[in-house]
Ligand binder design. Structure first.
Ligand code: C2E
Ligand code: CA
Ligand code: CA
Ligand code: CA
Length: 281
């Protein structure tokens, strides 16, 4: 009946209102979070499979709200992207990662960490100030550029491939490395991949999580590793949660593995302490 229809409409618009309200609420809180120092980052190691050593880390943004506690990136990164706040947050993260490396460089060298990877969102990647800011922060904190790697998703690159290649080349010219994140989830990957000035591809977690049971995922992952190697790229597998998955990656000569089986994301200070005690034992 007519009444039912109207109820349905108001039911959906109520939900939509809730979603918008939640976004505005997060946006307002996020503005404060940036200025009040509630943002931080965790690091998750990447394991060199052949050497069985942790040799680099990915930085992952964290937001600690005094009232709500830890708010996960899935709840704030997309709001930050939609509102453009990500540009400021990402810039803050880059400088904070560099100053943290500088302050801990002795320990970082002692435990053998060679690189830090930083995620760049599309908005941030295409912003006109990105490359100059990175160059300035590298110099200000005296960070060797080869210690820094940037992770870009396929979907960011596809937005404007020509411009993306130019910006990537500028980052490469500074001496930084570049990897393609969430690889395999985008479109038309193969046609442009060989034109990109990149060092590595990261196989998306969705292809790793059902190895070895899912034969499709086994074949896709094996194909991505082989294709990456044919293009002279290193391959990183993310979301490695089991010994069987790690064994599969080793058999296929995948260079790096990242995931809960190896280590969960944690504060850099915790990782450095653990690594030191492992070395000392
Ligand atoms: P991502 O770049 O694909 O990062 C990997 C995510 O997978 C992280 O979630 C990590 O904690 C999680 N993860 C790692 N190993 C495992 C595993 O074995 N199993 C499972 N189930 N998950 C695993 P997190 O930290 O919640 O970050 C989620 C996403 O938020 C990231 O996905 C990235 O897209 C975004 N993000 C995080 N930090 C930043 C940042 O600083 N800048 C930007 N632009 N995006 C960020
Ligand atoms: Ca990433
Ligand atoms: Ca990913
Ligand atoms: Ca799957």
């Amino acid at each position: 009946s007519k009444d039912n229809g109207r109820n349905r409409v108001s039911f959906f618009s109520k939900k939509l209102e809730d979603i918008i309200h939640e976004k505005v609420r997060i946006e307002n809180k996020l503005r404060k979070a940036i200025s009040q120092g509630e943002l931080s980052f965790h690091v998750q190691p990447k394991l060199s499979i052949a050497q069985n050593k942790l040799i680099s880390v990915e930085t992952l943004m964290r937001w600690y709200d005094p009232v709500e506690g830890m708010i996960p990136p899935d709840r704030f990164i997309s709001v930050a992207e939609d509102t453009g706040l990500i540009v400021k947050m990402g810039d803050w993260l880059i400088e904070t990662v560099f100053s943290t490396i500088r302050a801990n460089l002795d320990d970082i060298n002692k435990v053998g960490l060679k690189a830090f990877a930083i995620n760049l969102s599309a908005r941030q990647f295409y912003s006109s100030t990105l490359v100059d800011n990175i160059a300035g922060y590298l110099e200000k904190h005296a960070i060797p550029a080869q210690m820094i790697e940037f992770e870009l998703t396929e979907s960011s690159v596809i937005e404007d491939v020509e411009l993306a290649i130019r910006i990537m080349q500028q980052l490469k010219d500074l001496g930084c490395k570049i990897s393609i994140d969430d690889f395999g989830t985008g479109y038309s990957s193969l046609s442009y991949l060989k034109r990109l000035p990149i060092d590595a591809v990261k196989i998306d977690r969705s292809f790793i999580s059902d190895i070895p049971q899912d034969q499709n995922d086994v074949e896709i992952s094996a194909a991505i590793i082989a294709m990456g190697h044919n293009l002279g790229l290193e391959v990183v597998a993310e979301g490695v949660e089991t010994e069987a998955q790690l064994r599969f990656l080793k058999e296929h000569q995948c260079e790096y593995a990242q995931g809960y089986y190896i280590a969960k994301p944690k504060p850099l200070s915790s990782l450095l302490e653990e690594a030191e005690s492992i070395n000392a034992s």
